[in-house]
Design a protein around this ligand. Structure first.
Ligand SMILES: C[S@@+](CC[C@H](N)C(=O)[O-])C[C@H]1O[C@@H](n2cnc3c(N)ncnc32)[C@H](O)[C@@H]1O
Length: 175
């Protein structure tokens, strides 16, 4: 079951109640969350997040048309799932993961509405090995650049742990 993990506009230090006691569910807040004082989930409480363009990123569409995605695909930090949904609509097997449970819930609702077979789960990109799965293509659209210099090597090692030996990592950095 998917539940919101923090109240609208609620700051880290102002939480009370069972879920709000730990909006991070035991994980260490990322550098971005420490900087903003808000869990990523809060980005999805008041309508679309600024990066959420409501459709797949044009670069993803272009790459896919050139055969850039193959086999099992992981979308790390999938947000509300437009890239994952697009790739799944092409017939690829896709798992989207995100720490923001509200985003995961929205992505699942879109998949159901559109009748697209795709998986979305709430998971931490720093601990992907826990998925117990390997992927042929690993997509990062706008996640890597949110991490600071200490986090990036940990994230890359986590990605490597779920990427097949001949797998293909694809990273889109927003400017
Ligand atoms: C800039 S958004 C990009 C969302 C989506 N990939 C897109 O292209 O629209 C970054 C996403 O990464 C997620 N995220 C941040 N830290 C994460 C982590 N440690 N594990 C999984 N997802 C994370 C955020 O919740 C957010 O949905």
């Amino acid at each position: 079951m998917v539940r919101a993990i923090a109240g609208e506009g609620t700051k880290m230090s102002e939480q009370s109640g069972t879920l709000a006691d730990d909006p991070f569910r035991g994980r260490r807040p990322t550098s971005h969350e420490r900087m903003t004082g808000l869990p990523w989930d809060a980005s999805y409480h008041d309508g679309p997040a600024p990066w959420d363009v409501g459709q797949p990123q044009p670069t993803i569409v272009r790459l896919a048309s050139k055969g850039g995605f193959a086999g099992a695909v992981l979308d790390a930090g999938c947000g509300t799932g437009e890239n994952a949904l697009y790739l799944a609509s092409l017939g690829l097997s896709v798992l989207g993961v995100d720490v923001a449970e509200t985003a995961v819930a929205i992505a699942r609702a879109k998949a159901a509405d559109r009748g697209i077979k795709v998986e979305f789960v709430a998971a931490d990109a720093f601990d992907l090995e826990r998925l117990g799965r390997k992927f042929d293509t690993v997509l990062d659209s706008g996640l890597f650049h949110t991490f600071d210099g200490d986090e990036r090597p940990i994230y890359v090692a986590s990605l490597a742990s779920v990427t097949e030996n001949d797998g293909n990592p694809i990273c889109l950095v927003f400017q």
